[in-house]
Write a new protein. Structure first.
Lengths: 203, 248
């Protein structure tokens, strides 16, 4: 059984070497017993220990004001540079700069993100334009995926966002998306409301 | 040689309507439908004039606007009960505009996250790179450009008769001209671009050349504030001299 400090720094090593965010479950796998190995097999490390180690690492980097941070992205943990050094990194890694999404892609993506699972027809109704091209781009980039089919005539495909979506925007989960500024009925002039909504409002 | 410009920066008829409403500082919930319909159709005409491909959705919206307009002009039908029972013909459009606006704002916030994320670097991974951008370098909206363009067109001297010579101006020439001007000065104001234009054809050719340069990502178009003067600069990404297909 490795001691607490070893677990913590082993996790640090895993995060350091990983290109993708690592989930606590993936990290735990690294410690899982390997029967008959030279080391004689190590006992599995508890999930709570892993979580505690991650939290410790995160606060260590923060208090030491290091050049990188431990971030929660797409349900996992990832080492990422601190944005106060963005100017230097941007200059140095010019060729690595990610392409910004087009306005059409971004609008389509926002409908998918907030209304998922959603059909193409639903997206088109909201945006008022054909979204074939934008959806295709988003699917190719792996930001959107097909999640299933809607059980209505024609069984249209349903779309949802992916892990790559969360990574692209630096979000831990879709729950982190800010609330959509839903317009309320009060915003609409009384005269503009169809009769059935007017009665709703009075209740 | 015919020159067709195909731009895919259209955000759709709802976006155009929101733009027109915002520009005139109107309330979405109380749109003066006659005025907005006129402005909307004016834009479609401009797009047509520029030989831009007009998506079918823009025409459907034009029809919808005209239908709403005619409904509002009609006196209430006495046989269909009291007038207050009838919903405002604009209600459905208003609902769609508000809904679209909410998603557009959400898209803006995503853009903010994207910008924040772009300042954060992780260990280099091929899979984390989004390859192939689908967006030309474009800061103002297409509508801003067209608005500015319509101003230039309106400022032209009217009733000037002249003969059209074959190939008097070509887009390829104008592309070169704009590009050379940008090599000399780092920034050109949109209106300056047309100062020397003698007629509508030259203005249109120059504008098409500008759109082409935007598409090729050779220039960047930006506005300091909304509805402000549009500035044209060389795209920071374009460091190579302009080559094909304008070599000659």
């Amino acid at each position: 059984m490795p001691n607490d400090q070893d677990v913590k720094y082993a996790i640090e090593a895993l995060l350091f070497a990983s290109e993708r965010p690592l989930s606590p479950e993936q990290i735990r796998e690294a410690f899982s017993a390997e029967g008959g190995s030279a080391s004689g097999g190590e006992a599995s490390v508890r999930a709570s220990r892993i979580k505690a180690s991650l939290d410790e690492l995160k606060s260590e980097y923060e208090t030491q004001n290091r050049g990188f941070r431990l971030c929660e992205i797409a349900g996992g943990w990832q080492l990422a540079t601190d944005d106060r050094f963005a100017p230097y990194l941007k200059r140095f890694f010019q060729n690595r700069e990610k392409r910004r999404l087009s306005q059409a892609s971004l609008e389509t993506l926002s409908v998918v993100a907030y209304r998922q699972p959603v059909t193409r027809a639903d997206i088109e109704f909201i945006r008022g334009v054909n979204v074939d091209g934008a959806l295709k781009t988003l699917l190719e980039k792996g930001l959107v995926r097909i999640t299933g089919r809607k059980e209505v005539p024609g069984r249209p495909m349903l779309y949802g966002t992916t892990k790559e979506f969360l990574e692209h925007f630096g979000l831990a989960s879709v729950k982190e998306l800010p609330a959509l500024s839903e317009f309320t009925l009060k915003d609409i002039d009384e005269n503009l409301l169809p009769p059935e909504l007017k009665t709703d409002e009075r209740k | 040689m015919g020159y067709k410009i195909r731009l895919e920066i259209f955000e759709g008829p709802l976006d155009l309507l929101l733009y027109l409403i915002k520009r005139s500082e109107l309330e979405i919930t109380d749109i003066p439908i006659t005025r907005i319909t006129e402005q909307y159709l004016e834009y479609l005409n401009l797009m047509e004039l520029l030989d831009l491909e007009i998506a079918g959705e823009f025409l459907v919206m034009a029809a919808t606007l005209m239908q709403i307009k005619s409904k509002m002009l009609l006196p209430p039908d006495p046989e269909v009960g009291a007038p207050e029972e009838e919903p405002d013909p604009r209600a459905e459009l208003v609902r769609r505009l508000l809904e679209y606006k909410a998603f557009k704002e959400a898209a803006d916030r995503l853009r903010g996250f994207e910008a924040r994320r772009s300042g954060v670097f992780t260990r280099f991974g091929v899979e984390s790179e989004l390859d192939g951008g689908d967006s030309p370098f474009f800061e103002g909206t297409l509508f801003d450009l067209i608005t500015a363009f319509s101003k230039v067109l309106k400022g032209l001297p009217k009733g000037v008769v002249h003969e059209v010579e074959k190939d008097e101006f070509s887009v390829a020439e104008k592309v070169h001209e704009i590009f050379h001007r940008l090599v000399q000065t780092p920034k050109i104001f949109f209106s300056e671009l047309f100062r020397t234009s003698r007629n509508k054809f030259e203005v249109i050719t120059t504008f098409l050349a500008l759109l082409e340069l935007i598409r090729l990502k050779e220039v960047a178009v930006s506005q300091m504030d909304q509805f402000g003067e549009i500035e044209i600069t060389r795209s920071p990404r374009a460091t190579e001299p302009l080559k094909e297909p304008y070599a000659e």
